[in-house]
Design a binder for this molecule. Structure first.
Ligand code: 4AD
Ligand code: MG
Length: 453
């Protein structure tokens, strides 16, 4: 059985018969032997292999160039070289797949744009290997955070007939040929169906039965915003908690973000080093800062006041009743508070129908968590649990009471105060890795005009 290079490098003892496999990162030849730097993607570090001329398979050494895949048997011995504990003295090598001269990752230092165009090969680079291992570990950490706190993981549907955010930014799902596109009655589901923008509404149904739940899955938005923080397909983590108000919701969001940042600092298996060295020199310091301090909390009304008195001339206007733009969010967290900020109680006019109306009759119990470098990573709220108020919201939002009847039922039968939020998983990944573009933390990104691979 082959041993993963990660496990080889962690070994306490030498070994006489090791079997490894991987892709050649670099090769250096001398007359009597070759050095192969072998990487199998299980960790950032390479295993150095010494292959003497004359061992079985060495006739193919010339073809074991950068990018080639090889299998090696050998003896693991302490390495005299600085910075590595072990090296592998090969007893045989085998070329599995050569990589001709046009292998695109010959040299280091490609641009992010170029690497996006070869997204099928970029996980073989040090940086993207680290990004996608981090993505996996963070996903696992999210499950740990919720499972350890007795939250039930619920799979909400990906195909849905409801528009949770009411923004009309949905991808339609249909089997009808183009010329029959108008025939709703012939649709597969007998009605118009879409890819979900959020699992929240269905999540609420389960929270109003199992108390503490979370969803974690893909969501889709046909918003035509070509920014470094928006994707058409992204993953969202959505906890929903029964018998919980806005304060409890903000507490949960803050403790989850801190848990995940802590996880990145403590359990990155070396991957943080490459982000801190090549992507964002201030990363480690920022993560430590965030993990160790309470987030700022400020109402939307006070935030607007602060922004108006900031003396900064923003591109977009700041006025009560308007949405905060990314430049405003970033000023609050980067310039003013210099830490994550939770903004709460937004004007009801700019928020979706499901948010609970405050006693002032003007604001709803919305909350957004903003972080330095990115802006919003979490959006959530306490939910409107009063049936009459919710029905009024349906009417105002132009929502069909029949389509959303099941959602109203949650208020008709045993209604409880409840709250939840959505964490954009990719935005979290940008925050903990320092990667500046959402396209670079998604294996195969879908953005306006781009659906390659
Ligand atoms: O603020 P949003 O729209 O909230 C909801 O969807 C609620 N239903 C969540 C809930 O209460 N259960 O989206 C939540 C988060 C945002 O804060 C952002 O991090 C991320 O999802 N997000 C996106 N991430 C990448 N690309 C996009 N196009 C995104 N739109 C939202
Ligand atoms: Mg939002």
């Amino acid at each position: 059985m082959r041993t993963l290079i990660k496990q080889v490098l962690r070994r306490e003892e030498a070994a006489d018969t090791l079997h490894v496999a991987g892709w050649v990162r670099t090769k250096r030849d001398s007359k009597a032997f070759s050095f192969l730097e072998l990487n199998d993607g299980t960790c950032l570090a390479n295993l150095q292999v010494i292959a003497d001329a004359g061992i079985p398979g060495s006739e193919d050494l010339a073809k074991m160039s950068t990018g080639a895949s090889v299998e090696v048997h050998g003896r693991l011995i302490p390495s005299p070289a600085a910075g590595q504990k072990w090296e592998l003295q090969a007893t045989s090598v085998k070329l599995l797949g050569a990589a001709p001269d046009d292998y695109p990752l010959q040299k280091k230092g490609h641009s992010a744009e170029f690497l996006r165009s070869i997204a099928h090969l970029r996980p073989r680079t040090n940086l993207y290997g680290a990004v996608f291992r981090t993505r996996s570990r963070m996903a696992y950490a999210i499950h740990r955070f919720f499972q350890e706190r007795d939250f039930v993981y619920v799979h909400t549907p990906i195909i849905t007939a409801s528009d949770c955010e009411g923004a009309g930014e949905m991808f339609r799902v249909t089997t009808l040929p183009d010329d029959k596109a108008a025939r709703v009655e012939e649709e597969f589901f007998g009605k118009r169906a879409f890819l979900t923008v959020s699992g929240q509404l269905e999540g609420e149904s389960f929270a109003c039965a199992l108390s503490n739940i979370y969803t974690f899955g893909p969501t889709f938005r046909a918003e035509n915003s070509n920014t470094s923080r928006h994707a058409a397909e992204f993953w969202m983590v959505e906890p929903e908690v029964a018998f919980c108000d806005l304060d409890g919701d903000m507490d949960l969001a803050e403790s989850m973000v801190k848990f995940l940042v802590h996880e990145m600092l403590e359990n990155h298996e070396g991957d943080l080093d490459i982000f801190a060295k090549f992507v964002d020199k201030g990363l480690r310091e920022r993560l430590e800062f965030v993990a160790g301090r309470p987030f700022e909390r400020i109402s939307y009304t006070d935030a607007v006041e602060l922004l108006r008195n900031s003396g900064v001339s923003f591109q977009y206007p700041v006025e009560y009743g308007l949405n905060l733009q990314s430049e405003h969010e970033r000023w609050l967290t980067e310039q003013h508070f210099k830490k994550p900020v939770t903004v709460f109680n937004y004007p009801k006019e700019i928020k979706p129908f499901y948010m609970r109306l405050n006693d002032d009759d003007k604001t709803v119990t919305a909350m957004d968590v903003l972080v330095p470098g990115i802006g919003e990573i979490i959006g959530g709220s306490q939910r409107e649990e009063r049936l009459d108020v919710l029905l009024g919201n349906f009417a105002r939002a132009g929502l069909d009471a029949e389509t959303y009847g099941w959602y109203a039922d949650l208020r008709k039968y045993g209604s409880v105060p409840h709250a939840g939020f959505g964490l954009g998983f990719e935005r979290l990944l940008m925050f903990v890795t320092g990667m500046a573009n959402i396209r670079d933390v998604i294996p195969f990104a879908r953005t306006p005009g781009h659906c390659e691979f």
